[in-house]
Design a protein around this ligand. Structure first.
Ligand code: TRP
Ligand code: ZN
Length: 500
């Protein structure tokens, strides 16, 4: 398994930051900073700023059924997603052969046509499709690259509901993602199975409308040898052992972006607790995990209570973490079940992935160019947690360090970073600085009102940078266009506003 250099860098930087907040002493920390990865000193500023338009759904006269679009026109991921229908619920029914890393079974999708359709597409990478039915009738299908095109026996009228079921099997193939040139995303068979899909990896294990614009609820019915623990998104509904095999059913009832669908199969020890308002918290740790793992998660419930207060109510039916016994330096905010490798477990990263449940998972991107709405918010949430637990001065120091690094390293503007820089540290650092600067500019009261209003308005849905700016302007009653243009799109990071 190759090393995840990019995320390693993020981990190291965050570790340095979090240590520094604990160290008393001079503001200038003599600890050498980790070497910066080779990143552009500045990213060209696109002008004018493109805005994302989903594929038109009414381009075809409703009475004439046509082929659904094979894209949702995301400028960073032109192959991701498909038009013509709205995915409502996925049911994954898969048997996993861990010895051979083979899966077999079916994915069933309940959907609704948004236009009259003679055919439609799903995204699927590798795997062998053996049969497709639509509303229980055989349908024809063809494949090209990562597109699975399905032609139902009879066309759909606009607004018609339908159920498509795809039977498939094979060995999941790694997905190359444009932001991650030497690595892959999706399904991994190591220490059991785990799934890290952001951004394009979901299609490595199920056919899907693979873009966060088309969120859906999920049922997972996973059959694996009975000695393994199986965890996915949402809540476990049942576990039935039959001979040597066990079928575990989980359900995520809230809308979920495909990149957040996950699965962990392995030898895990389950730790449960009850969070705020009776929220079930379930953590899956390797049996050998010691105090350094359990203690990093010991404040999860407190974090949920705190973020619920500053952002709005926790959006989902459960929360928890899977710690995979590998040293590969990854952490990903899978919905209700964040996943961490052994060496990425620390309290700041735990806070970061939890904060994504609000920003990223409940409020999802309209388009990947808006990635700062995920990573900038989750990074700023780290500073908020430090402020909450260690005091105002410690939170300020945390952001002062981030700002100083962004300036010293000439980090690029976060507003439209280009697909290949989607998760580079400038998105995290300068993204967090946008929120910090906004807070200094409008003051605490309006700032937290803006966060609340933005979350309340877009929870369980999708938002864009312009949506956030609009909320900030309407809540504050101020014209903030120039402010946001500077902070999001200027090559050079602006000076921080004077508070007040
Ligand atoms: N969203 C992750 C974070 O919170 C970063 C990330 C993006 C990632 N894509 C990934 C992690 C794929 C692991 C695998 O920082
Ligand atoms: Zn993140």
């Amino acid at each position: 398994m190759k090393k995840r250099l990019l995320l390693t860098f993020i981990a190291l930087s965050l570790a340095v930051l979090s240590c520094r907040t604990l160290l008393p002493g001079p503001a200038l920390d003599p600890t050498p900073l980790p070497a910066l990865p080779t990143q552009p000193v500045s990213t060209p500023i696109p002008s004018p700023r493109p805005t994302f338009q989903p594929a038109p759904t009414d381009s075809i006269p409703t009475e004439i059924a046509g082929a659904g679009a094979d894209t949702l026109n995301d400028p960073y991921y032109p192959q991701m997603g498909n038009g013509g229908y709205d995915a409502l619920h996925y049911t994954l029914d898969l048997t996993v052969d861990l010895d051979n890393n083979q899966i077999s079974g079916s994915t069933t999708l309940d959907a609704q046509a948004t236009e009259a359709l003679s055919s439609f597409n799903l995204d699927l990478h590798g795997l062998d499709v053996s049969a497709v039915t639509v509303d229980n009738l055989p349908a024809t299908f063809s494949r090209q690259d990562d597109e699975l095109t399905i032609t139902p026996a009879a066309p759909f009228a606009k607004d018609q509901s339908f159920t498509v079921s795809i039977a498939y099997s094979g060995r999941p193939q790694p997905v190359e993602d444009i932001f991650f040139p030497d690595e892959t995303v999706g399904w991994f068979a190591d220490a059991g199975v785990y799934v890290l899909s952001e951004s394009a990896g979901a299609m490595s294990w199920y056919p899907v409308n693979n873009h966060p614009l088309d969120k859906a609820s999920y049922t997972f019915r996973i059959t694996a040898p009975k000695q393994y623990v199986v965890a996915t998104n949402g809540l476990m509904k049942s576990e039935v052992v039959k001979g040597e095999m066990k079928t575990t059913v989980w359900e995520e009832t809230h809308p979920m972006a495909s990149y957040l669908a996950t699965l962990a199969i392995g030898h895990y020890k389950l730790f449960t607790e009850t969070g705020p308002n009776g929220l079930p918290i379930h953590n899956y740790f390797p049996p050998e995990a010691g105090g350094e793992i359990t203690s990093a998660f010991s404040r999860t419930s407190e974090m949920i209570a705190y973020y619920s207060q500053v952002f709005g109510p926790y959006p989902f039916e459960s929360y928890g973490a899977v710690v995979v016994p590998l040293e590969l330096e990854f952490a990903l905010e899978n919905q209700t079940l964040s996943v961490f490798s052994y060496d990425m477990v620390d309290e700041i990263t735990v806070a970061h992935e939890l904060a994504h449940q609000w920003f990223g998972n409940s409020v999802s991107l309209r388009s990947w160019e808006n990635i700062w709405l995920n990573e900038g918010f989750a990074t700023y949430a780290e500073a908020l947690w430090v402020e909450h637990t260690e005091g105002k001065a410690a939170g300020d120091d945390y952001m002062r360090d981030i700002y100083a690094k962004a300036r010293a390293k000439n980090m690029a503007a976060p507003g439209n970073p280009e697909a290949r820089h989607l998760f580079d540290d400038f998105v995290y650092y300068r993204g967090a600085c946008v929120l910090h600067a906004l807070r200094l500019k409008v003051g605490d009261e309006l700032f937290f009102k803006i966060l609340h209003e933005y979350y309340a308005r877009y929870q369980y849905g999708n938002a864009s940078t312009d949506d956030f700016i609009a909320v900030a302007q309407s809540v504050s009653g101020q014209d903030l266009q120039a402010f946001f243009t500077d902070w999001l799109f200027s090559a050079e990071i602006p000076p921080l506003p004077q508070p007040g």
